[in-house]
Design a protein around this ligand. Structure first.
Ligand code: SF4
Length: 339
């Protein structure tokens, strides 16, 4: 797959754009995009008339348009308007090593509707095309060139849009040259999708949003759980580990009074048996319109104590991007009219 093919896919949406049928202009445009340039005015080797024609038709060489930017100390969240007017969000996250991670969306809204997630509360509009995922990367790269990781943790369940996510990853690996070790796909627990990801041999990291290792509690929180039990999920994770020989990140979103007691710790311990894993504890980010609370410092400490006693390896993650509503489960694309 080449850069040319992504540009062609983008402009297939408008076949009237005859300028782009000329191979030279394709080539020049592709070269600029590869450098992270996303303004026609900066494409100095394209003829002025072509630039003017393009500007009359498109705001930028990529179809999605940034319509809002929110920043805090460690994150920049972009609200993008897609070619059909729908809205989607993506986030640039500053890591402790000073470099940056792109958090991209795979759907407008989400099919899964997890009870504790802002994205889930807005419903599902449509899956993103693979090039719309790449466009998010280009927008974020234009903010900071020191972007060297990408996580599929934004709006949507990536494994419900597998073909487009797969194609986007192939592009990121092949055209952008990012190592698969720097790419993470996060799922709410689509067991067949995990197997398909393993079979695709993309070599990326896998994160599972586990939340609880109790089927009945999980059923009340996550649609994926009603589709695939923890037993099915564990089989899929073992399959992934076997094929990819990779540690799996178990994301444990801590909800006050829901999944932080001793019994929950025992169930988590039980679930990890036989897995190559790391547990990431993520205290839930408070959202006023959802019926949950962030656990207190005391509750978090107590849960850590249970895990220590059980010898469960974990890290606790202070979620970045809280101030801009860019943290885990907070992307909702509701600014300026909603999705
Ligand atoms: S947590 Fe993930 S899978 Fe669940 S509703 Fe939110 S975006 Fe969708």
């Amino acid at each position: 797959m080449s850069v040319e093919s992504i540009v062609k896919s983008i402009y297939d949406a408008d076949k009237e754009s005859l300028e782009f049928s000329k191979p030279l202009y394709y080539k020049l445009l592709c070269q600029w995009l590869k450098k992270g340039v996303n303004s026609f005015d900066k494409m100095t080797d394209l003829p002025k008339t072509v630039i003017e024609n393009l500007k009359a038709k498109y705001t930028s060489p990529i179809l999605s348009e940034v319509i809002d930017v929110k920043k805090d100390i460690s994150s920049t969240k972009l609200l993008l308007k897609l070619y059909d007017g729908l809205l989607v969000e993506c986030v640039l996250l500053k890591r402790e090593d000073g470099l940056y991670t792109a958090c991209v969306s795979s759907e407008v809204g989400c099919t899964m509707k997890c009870e504790f997630c802002a994205t889930g509360s807005v419903g599902f509009k449509r899956a993103l095309n693979w090039w719309e995922i790449i466009e998010q990367f280009f927008h974020l790269k234009a903010l900071n060139n020191e972007l060297d990781r990408i996580v599929f943790m934004g709006m949507g369940e990536p494994l419900c849009n597998f073909e487009n996510v797969k194609r986007a990853i192939e592009y990121i690996k092949g055209e952008i040259g990012m190592s698969p070790r720097r790419i993470t796909v996060s799922t709410s627990g689509i067991a067949p999708g995990i197997k398909a990801l393993a079979d695709s041999k993309l070599g990326v990291k896998l994160a599972l949003s586990l939340v609880t290792a109790n089927d009945s509690v999980r059923n009340t929180l996550m649609s994926a759980s009603r589709l695939y039990s923890l037993t099915e999920l564990k089989k899929a994770l073992l399959y992934y580990s076997e094929k990819e020989n990779r540690r799996i990140a178990l994301e444990y979103c801590m909800l006050k009074g829901v999944n932080t007691d001793r019994k929950s710790a025992d169930e988590l311990k039980n679930f990890t048996k036989g897995l190559i894993y790391s547990v990431n504890l993520i205290p839930w980010n408070k959202l006023d319109f959802l019926p949950f609370d962030t656990p207190s410092a005391k509750e978090i400490k107590a849960f850590e104590g249970y895990l220590n006693a059980l010898n469960v390896k974990y890290t606790i993650r202070v979620s970045r991007g809280r101030d801009t509503s860019a943290a885990c489960g907070m992307l909702v694309a509701k600014n300026k009219g909603g999705v």
